[in-house]
Write a protein that binds this ligand. Structure first.
Ligand code: ADE
Length: 232
């Protein structure tokens, strides 16, 4: 049975920032093939303020501005009144870290909202009552949650069946089995004396697979031993 397309609605104060990442390559092709739909919503369109503002000073006198609950609630309400959503994700650095396991799960859903964090943060009541999930894409702070939303969206869409011509290739990506990918080579077999490992030219499929697995394990042990710990 054909999988229904995934619909991702992104609520942001900077929709312009997100046009680029979705207009090329795998994501664009997936949209063109009808596997995915992405809609950008400008949070300012849901402000009732004459300056279209969506932030305000924090209670308690902290420096910086805070995104208010009202425009966010209206934006989310306008979407949830049309269809039900499987997850409403808030992108913020102070959240659990996004990983391939979460990407795999999200890629099985049909309707997802991503709310992009900004400024000093968002009124806690949004986090307590309106979103269903919070995600950080890593232990560093971006200027806003848009790039995080682009990362999450891209990683979901490339997993959709048919998004990548070679379906095996998404499954053999780094992290799918808690291993980094083994090294890959293409022609020429010898570049100024730097040679492609002999085994890859041998045509012996089983031995090549065994070599790839060994290399993936060596690389993971060296660069990301924590991934092997996670296995236990
Ligand atoms: N917004 C700012 N930094 C972020 C991060 N690391 N992940 C998700 N959203 C963010």
């Amino acid at each position: 049975m054909k999988r229904p397309s995934v619909r991702i609605d992104i609520i942001t104060v900077l929709p312009e920032l997100l046009n680029g990442p979705f207009s090329h390559s795998i994501v664009k092709r997936a949209i063109d093939k009808g596997l995915a739909e992405i809609y950008l919503h400008n949070l300012r369109d849901f402000s009732t303020d004459k300056h279209r503002s969506v932030d305000d000073y924090p209670y308690g006198g902290e420096p910086g501005m805070v995104m208010g609950i009202e425009p966010i609630e209206r934006a989310i309400q306008s979407l949830t009144s049309e269809r039900s959503y499987d997850e409403i994700i808030f992108t913020t650095p102070d959240a659990p870290t996004y990983n391939q396991k979460t990407a795999n799960r999200l890629s099985t859903l049909e309707n997802i909202i991503i709310l992009c964090g900004h400024y000093k943060g968002v009124d806690q009541r949004v986090r307590d009552h309106l979103v269903t999930m919070e995600l950080s894409i890593g232990d560093y702070v971006l200027s806003g949650g848009e790039i995080a939303a682009a990362v999450i969206t891209d990683s979901i869409i490339r997993l959709l069946p048919g998004a990548i011509s070679d379906t095996v290739s998404a499954l053999s990506d780094s992290y799918q089995d808690n291993l980094l990918s083994p090294p890959v080579y293409t022609r020429p077999a010898n570049f100024k004396g730097w040679k492609v490992p002999e085994i890859l030219l041998s045509g012996h499929a089983a031995k090549i697979d065994e070599w790839k697995h060994r290399k993936a394990l060596e690389k993971t042990k060296k660069l990301r031993p924590d991934l092997l710990e996670d296995e236990k």
